[in-house]
Design a protein around this ligand. Structure first.
Ligand code: FCB
Length: 440
């Protein structure tokens, strides 16, 4: 890999990320049903109708997985704590769930890994989905209560806490495009979820501050948005898409406002009195997590209702997901976020990675595409730092091949290969290359 630890400021953290439902094995330990279980059980939503019941069986194999992080010389580990494991119906505590995260955090500390916790990475308890999930404001209060419960147990040992992972996916991808649970395609549900997920972040921040917690923030995803051509329609589409995808959440959190280009479509469907929530949503955070994968090209399609958009993959080389590889987009977001929204606030690249059709051959996995991808995106991160962005860490998505949501187990993002028949872990060439690059 064409970088080394010494290219980065002292204290810069290198790590890897995962999420609970994607690796743990949701059937174990008394976790409750979630909207991902039912979404996956409904024909047409998920490849082969696969779900997270077993996943990587991290619930039982976490010691081995944390050994892999330690042995690679990683500084930090980004993981999520499953609401439905801790509170199976979203409200009642499951002591075995708290015990699991207690053991997990201790096991990180024993290995010298800084725990970066995420409170919500998508598996909403079914009992709350029954009551409207993120379209219902009460879900925000229940989430704040969950925040108290898990923080009272492990908050003394985690290094950093992010409230929500990728609110755009929670709201728009799941309620407008229908690609993720709960699989709705409804503008009114979307507008409500777009606001309530921000309110859930704000309410959780209030509870975390009441407990004196430091290093609290949020993880947002950004998609580099370019015009398909030099037409006025394409320029208009960029403004609309950028507002929905890239500006809605950071503007609410950093400035307490929503962009006009997005409100143009959502205003009529917003929950009454939403303006009164903006102060709680925009309270100060201690860091911003940035997830970045790809670029899209957009143009206007007036045959479609608002947002009148057609989206195309960019022209460059693609990953196994079909996502264009475009490292400059990462540099440009880190710089833009610092310049336009958060100034000197610490930024972390909390996810960046590549899926590839990896295979074990003679006990090894050769993945030069991933080695190049990581090196190019870490170089882009370095350029953003040189341009003044206060980036303090980089987490590769993901440590392990895992449950890639609607794509089931087919898409392999891991630095470590997982054989889903035997659950055997095999570090890929990229794992070894990353280890050498970050060695002290
Ligand atoms: C992000 C998600 C993560 C994973 C990667 C590929 O949107 O946060 O869980 O699915 O994409």
């Amino acid at each position: 890999m064409h970088f080394k630890r010494s290219d980065f400021p002292d204290g810069f953290l290198f790590g890897a990320a995962t999420a609970a439902y994607q690796i743990e094995g949701h059937q174990f330990g008394g976790a409750g049903p979630t909207h991902w279980d039912t979404f996956a059980a409904t024909p047409g939503n998920v490849l082969r109708a696969e779900n997270g019941a077993l996943a990587c069986d991290h619930y039982h194999r976490f010691a081995e997985d944390l050994d892999l992080l330690r042995d690679a010389g990683m500084d930090a580990y980004r993981f999520s704590t499953s609401w439905a494991r801790v509170m199976p119906d979203g409200r009642t505590v499951n002591p075995a769930g708290l015990d699991f995260y207690d053991r997990l955090v201790d096991a990180m500390l024993e290995r010298g890994l800084k725990p970066f916790q995420t409170l919500y990475h998508w598996e909403l308890p079914s009992a709350l989905a029954d009551q409207g999930g993120w379209t219902n404001r009460d879900t925000c209060v229940a989430f704040a209560d969950f925040t108290d419960v898990i923080t009272d147990r492990i908050g003394d040992r985690v290094h950093a806490i992010a409230t929500i992972n990728e609110p755009w996916c929670v709201a728009y991808l799941s309620h407008f495009l229908g690609h993720h649970a709960p699989g709705l395609r409804d503008i009114r549900a979307t507008a409500r979820a777009m606001h309530h997920i921000n309110l859930a972040h704000g309410m959780a921040m209030t509870r975390l501050r009441a407990r004196g917690m430091q290093n609290c923030g949020v993880v947002l995803n950004f998609d580099h948005t370019a015009p398909l051509d030099d037409s006025a329609g394409a320029a208009q589409a960029v403004a609309t898409w950028d507002a929905i995808m890239n500006r809605w959440f950071i503007e609410a959190i950093a400035k307490g406002t929503y962009p006009a280009e997005a409100l143009a479509g959502f205003a009529a469907h917003m929950p009454a009195g939403w303006q009164d929530d903006m102060a709680e949503i925009s309270q100060p955070v201690d860091f911003l997590g940035v997830n970045y994968y790809t670029r899209h090209q957009v143009t206007t399609d007036m045959a479609q209702p608002w947002p009148h958009l057609a989206s195309h993959d960019g022209p460059g080389a693609k990953t196994q997901m079909g996502w264009e590889i475009y490292p400059d987009g990462l540099q440009s977001f880190l710089t833009r976020l610092a310049d336009d929204y958060v100034g000197d606030l610490p930024l972390f690249v909390t996810e960046n990675g590549i899926a590839w059709d990896d295979h074990v051959v003679n006990g090894a996995v050769d993945d030069p595409e991933r080695i190049r991808f990581i090196a190019d995106h870490i170089a882009a991160t370095g350029r953003a730092i040189a341009a003044g962005a206060n980036v303090q860490g980089f987490f590769y998505w993901s440590l392990l091949d895992n449950y890639e949501w609607a794509f089931g187990y087919e898409k392999r993002f891991g630095m470590v290969h997982v054989d889903f028949d035997t659950l055997k872990r095999t570090p890929k060439a990229s794992y070894h290359a990353f280890k050498s690059a970050i060695a002290r």
